[in-house]
Design a protein around this ligand. Sequence first.
Ligand code: AMP
Length: 415
Amino acid sequence: MNSGIHMACQGNNKIFSMRNINNYSFDGKKAIVRVDFNVPLNDDLQVSDNNRIKGALPTINKIMEDGGSAVLMSHLGRPKGGPEDKFSLRHVVPELEKLSGRKVLFADDCIGDEALEIKKRLKPGDILLLENLRFHDEEKNGDEAFAGKLAEGCDVYVNDAFGTAHRAHASTTIIARFFPDEKLFGFLINSELESMDKVIHDSASPFTAIMGGAKVSDKIQIIDNLLGRVDNLIIGGGMAYTFIKARGGRIGNSLCEEDKLDMALKILESAEEKNVKIYLPSDSVNGDKFDADAKTNVTASDAVEDGWMGLDIGEDTIREYSSVIESSKTLLWNGPMGVFEIEKFSKGTSAVAKAIAEATAKGAFSLIGGGDSVAAINKNKLADKVSYVSTGGGAMLEYMEGKVLPGIAAIRGDE
Ligand code: AMP
């Protein structure tokens, strides 16, 4: 797939060609790049976590090294209908200058005369950062005229913001129409797609998916799509109790989606038909309230007493889950095994994170996605001990559900 400047791909019964950043030359070109600089700022409006900026560096560096110039655009936070200083991307400039080792120009508005003038004057090696796209409602509305103004003065469009690839916004999707032949993914999106495709289409067996988190309703589609592909499905977190109740267990005051009991049974039946082994917790650490100073007890997960709620998986479950994980060759993890934000209910989630790292050390491919599992991996300092940590929670879930992401389709040519 990676040979030649154009990649021939088949999609929607038509042949189209796609450029690949690995062998594209930005020499003399002005690239408009959608990055994800939606970074947290501290009270002094300084970047407090620069991981997302680091994630965009390989693409920026490639453009620079080829002899091109880069016009970077992003959103930051959730401004409401106009400019607000606390959401200004100007605050990102010092960190970007530090990490890129280059001076960064800044335009006070992402469209308009000033931005266009700076774009026109850009020389090879220059970086221009545009002000927050979401200061204009047209960004989220996917306005074509607005996208056209962003595109003005640029030769090639690069999308490297995986976290917003599931949104049909002006800068993530619509702008691609202005670059019918000169559009491509950056390195970050490329590696996200590579990792997800490896797991979905090219997984070594045994393939174990670990699903957790609060609600089963959020994960039904991904579970449905995974059932035809995995060997084992491990379920933990609040969502496990809907399954346990559906099977006739007593769950006390644990989280339960009453309207999803039938659905849970259908998932269990479908897994059996497809020879997928489903693992539900056998024991639970329960709390008498959802709080750090809750009293705790441990019971079988299907014998939680009234007045108690299951808030973490117990020791027996940890042992069983760890052993399945450690003998797997492909792992996908989304969602915590318990209320990991509270120390006394975080043991199950940490144990799963460690087991995934162990399996990876023994040669398994592991993909971690979704805000809370990523937070758990980081909390346990295991980010460099797993194969890939996805940068896009919602986007990753939708891709794994088998959905077409507008930002991906726009580049691949089947928008
Ligand atoms: P999600 O966004 O669906 O992945 O859910 C993540 C949230 O689920 C976290 O904030 C956890 O605290 C919460 N969670 C995990 N396990 C439980 C549980 N057993 N009961 C209640 N909430 C839980």
